[in-house]
Design a protein around this ligand. Structure first.
Ligand code: ZN
Ligand code: ZN
Length: 420
């Protein structure tokens, strides 16, 4: 029973694909009766978007809406239109997302673009277009980042991406290899993926509980590559990981795969230096071998062997872009990390290494966040920005300690892994 995609020239076990689509619908966004599902998919992965749609209707969705993205067309547009046109984001396109977010729809995004598919496009155009999009879709992001909507980001291979991860094999083999590794990391290769996810979420819950019980005032990260960073945590911060509940108490898994336990740093409480440990694909461009120096939360200096201009553009997106919105712990000894692959796709690379994120913090990581105004959240130390960009800093020798509510120093990570 095989599924053939003529354009991309590979065959795939249809049962596995259906299992994956069903997992996305049920364990990912957890579709309830009469929910609306909005799928964002690259045109190359349309077959899989259709499978998700079928499973969503089976699970009781009343409507499934698909938005197809076309990275090559985006490149053509960015190269040929003016900065003015690029920054004038059409309101009907923004409304397509905002109105569904307002109605409490569920969102599945397929992250599968060519990691450097926009290479050669002036970075200010990429930055301007991303900023215009995130500003126009503010309502959609507000609803997602505060768990008013259930959402899930997952991936399926595209040829350009697969060739980047597996450059030395045939097209067909690259696609098969990437499918295999995705199925493994999202546990679709197990007998019962739903149970496998329940077990995995219970494991992450233990780590989350430990972090929350200690109520750390600050954490300190240190590696032999030079990373030496102190991060204060705001009062009322919450660590999260694995499945989360939306505002109505319905669980969902925002990322598939996921291995991280994360919270937000205090906006003005980050000091020291960090070195990247994996390349970062941002806006269709690669940034690699970079370091950032923080003073009172702000990135005051940075270096990059590759993609310096892209990094600069990103940090200049707005005031909050120079501050952190996330600190996340992922053991060095974890399934994605152990694959020793670099995916050039943040969904996978961020779940293979401890990471930080520039820009907006998840309000869901603040206790009773919905009781505060935007200004009050800022006073607590919650960063806001049009961007949220994760970058990887975890190494095999990373040591993490924390100072808990009683002033005791607790070892959290030793040699890149949880100590408990
Ligand atoms: Zn993260
Ligand atoms: Zn993040």
């Amino acid at each position: 029973n095989y599924f053939t995609n003529i354009e991309e020239g590979y065959t795939m076990d249809e049962n596995l694909l259906k299992k994956y689509a069903s997992l996305a619908v049920n364990t990912g966004v957890n579709i309830q009766k009469d929910n609306i599902l909005v799928i964002t998919s690259p045109i190359e992965t349309a077959e899989f978007a259709r499978l998700i749609a079928e499973e969503a209707y089976k699970a009781g969705a009343k409507d499934v809406v698909v938005h197809y993205g076309d990275q090559q067309l985006t490149k053509i547009k960015l190269e040929n239109s003016s900065l003015e046109t690029i920054t004038d984001y059409p309101s009907w396109m923004a409304e397509a997302y905002n109105s569904y977010a307002r109605q409490g729809a569920c969102f599945i995004s397929i992250a599968a673009n060519d990691p450097d598919g926009l290479k050669g496009v002036p970075v200010e155009k990429i930055g301007a277009s991303q900023k215009a999009r995130t500003s126009a879709l503010k309502e959609y992001y507000d609803n997602s980042m505060s768990n008013k909507c259930r959402w899930c980001v997952l991936s399926v291979p595209t040829l350009s991406w697969a060739k980047k991860v597996f450059p030395n094999v045939s097209d067909e083999e690259a696609m098969e290899n990437l499918w295999d590794v995705i199925f493994k990391t999202v546990r679709v290769d197990t007998e019962n993926p739903v149970t496998a996810w329940e077990k995995h979420n219970a494991y992450l819950d233990e780590k989350v509980k430990f972090m929350n019980d200690n109520n750390f005032k600050s954490v300190h990260l240190k590696s032999n590559n030079g990373t030496d960073l102190n991060i204060e945590l705001p009062e009322g911060h919450l660590w999260a990981g694995g499945s989360d509940d939306d505002v109505n108490g319905v669980f969902f898994n925002a990322n598939m795969p996921t291995e991280e336990v994360f919270t937000l740093p205090k906006k003005t409480g980050v000091n020291g230096i960090v070195y990247s440990s994996k390349p970062l694909s941002y806006g269709g461009n690669l940034i690699d071998n970079f370091s950032i120096t923080f003073k009172d939360g702000k990135a005051v200096d940075f270096t990059a062997e590759t993609g310096y201009d892209v990094l600069k553009q990103m940090l200049d997106s707005d005031e909050g872009a120079k501050y952190l919105g996330e600190v996340a712990f992922v053991p060095y000894d974890s399934p994605i990390s152990n694959s020793k692959l670099i995916f050039f796709n943040t969904l996978f690379d961020e779940n293979a290494a401890c990471h930080l994120a520039f820009g907006r913090a998840y309000e869901s990581c603040v206790k009773d966040a919905d009781k505060y105004s935007e200004k009050e959240l800022e006073e607590i130390g919650v960063n806001n920005s049009v961007i949220h960009v994760d970058f990887m800093i975890g190494t095999s020798d990373l040591e993490i300690t924390g100072i808990n509510k009683n002033g005791e120093t607790i070892q959290i990570f030793s040699n890149g892994n949880w100590t408990f």
